[in-house]
Design a binder for this molecule. Structure first.
Ligand code: PLP
Length: 365
């Protein structure tokens, strides 16, 4: 049997594949910041309209993302400034990949805060960029002096800042990000994957600051299965990005669904509001348990530190709840778990399990 293994790049052979959790359908899936329910659930007329539109979508034709009308729908739903150009990606993951490719000249550096979204570092490795990871402070705030020092020293061509950050949920101070953009000659990507759950955004600045790209996604607001992300920036940058994005990177069914959903944005924003309320309720309840530390989150998940992450993770699993164990991924994440905010019933189940493990009878006296 012939082998082609020797033809594959050594560094890729040494990598391990991204592990998508294998979850039985009966589990509450609280590991990947997906929405707890189908976003159109309970809206029968919309469901019918959606099915009809899908049935007549031209799946025999290649999609034309630029002329699909999705960009216009995004612009009006999210108030993207007219001066900004927009590129669509098959999830913002794809845009992270192609933005990296855009700047990966030999010797170019990428900078990101750590722990952060794992795909930044992964793409730096894939495209041969020098990766500079700057540790956060112990409370997961940005170590701004260290970041600015690294900007001066390494002059990164590309900096990724997740606003709010994943996997910590903490949102850095806006003024700190402005300082990083100001100090950088390179492109700064403000990744607002969780922006809908935060009170602040850099979208109004997109197209106005030459080295700023604002990255967003529909994944966390109910549509992870559609794989739709978008980047807003100056026409100069987006024009270069468009040259390397695959021309048919979106599909007709996703484009059709996203356009329809954005026409009914009230439904999406009601779902976002109830998740934000649930996040606040959970945070308040977790705050009553002295044997754990919940980090303040502006996203649709909460990261907690507990006395024994393995024990809690396994107990969740025995109760058919999957969360993300962060322990072991970075020294700052010792005994941390990341829990997606789910439905009220799922969140109650999470709280019950945590209370059973970590509450002393005296905690509520
Ligand atoms: C910070 C951040 N950026 C980007 C992504 C990618 O999102 P998607 O490819 O689903 O748009 C994620 C997903 O978890 C994320 O956490």
């Amino acid at each position: 049997m012939k082998s082609v293994r020797h033809l594959i790049r050594d560094d890729i052979r040494a990598m391990s594949a991204y592990q998508i959790a294998d979850v039985p359908p009966s589990f509450a899936k609280l590991d990947a910041m997906e929405s707890p329910a189908h976003p159109f659930e309970g809206h029968e007329a919309l469901m019918r309209e959606w099915r009809a539109q899908l049935a007549s979508a031209p799946i025999h034709l290649y999609p034309d993302p630029a002329k699909s009308g999705l960009q216009e729908a995004l612009r009006s739903a999210f108030d993207i400034p007219d001066c900004a150009a927009v590129a669509l990606g098959n999830g913002s993951d794809e845009l992270i990949q192609f933005i990296t490719m855009l700047t990966a000249k030999p010797g170019a550096a990428m900078l990101a805060a750590e722990p952060g979204f794992v795909m930044y570092r992964h793409n730096a490795a894939l495209y041969g960029m020098d990766y500079v990871g700057i540790p956060l402070n112990g409370d997961f705030t940005l170590n701004l002096p260290a970041v600015l020092e690294a900007v001066r020293k390494h002059r990164p061509a590309l900096t990724f800042i997740a606003y709010p950050n994943n996997p910590t949920g903490v949102c850095f101070a806006r003024a700190e990000i402005e300082a990083v953009i100001e100090a950088s000659d390179g492109i700064v990507v403000v990744d607002e994957a969780y922006g809908a759950f935060n009170g602040d955004s850099f979208l109004p600045q997109a197209g106005r600051i030459p080295n700023l790209i604002v990255l967003r996604t529909l994944s966390k607001i109910g549509f992870a299965g559609l794989r739709i992300g978008y980047a807003a920036s100056c026409p100069e940058v987006i024009g270069e990005l468009q040259k390397i994005l695959p021309p048919y990177n979106m599909n007709q069914l996703s484009l059709t669904t996203a356009k329809l959903a954005l026409q009914h944005y009230g439904i999406i924003s009601a779902n976002i509001d109830s998740l934000k309320n649930e996040r606040e309720r959970m945070f308040a309840e977790l705050g009553k348990i002295c044997r754990l530390n919940a980090f303040p989150s502006q996203a649709n998940f909460i990261t907690i530190r507990v006395p024994d992450a393995d024990l809690l993770f396994d107990t969740f699993k025995q109760n058919r709840i999957l969360v993300k164990k962060l322990h072991g991924a970075h020294p700052l994440l010792e005994h941390c778990l990341r829990i997606t905010v789910g439905s009220p019933a799922q969140n109650d189940a999470v709280l019950d399990i945590i209370r059973q493990l970590y509450c002393q009878p005296t905690d509520f006296l």
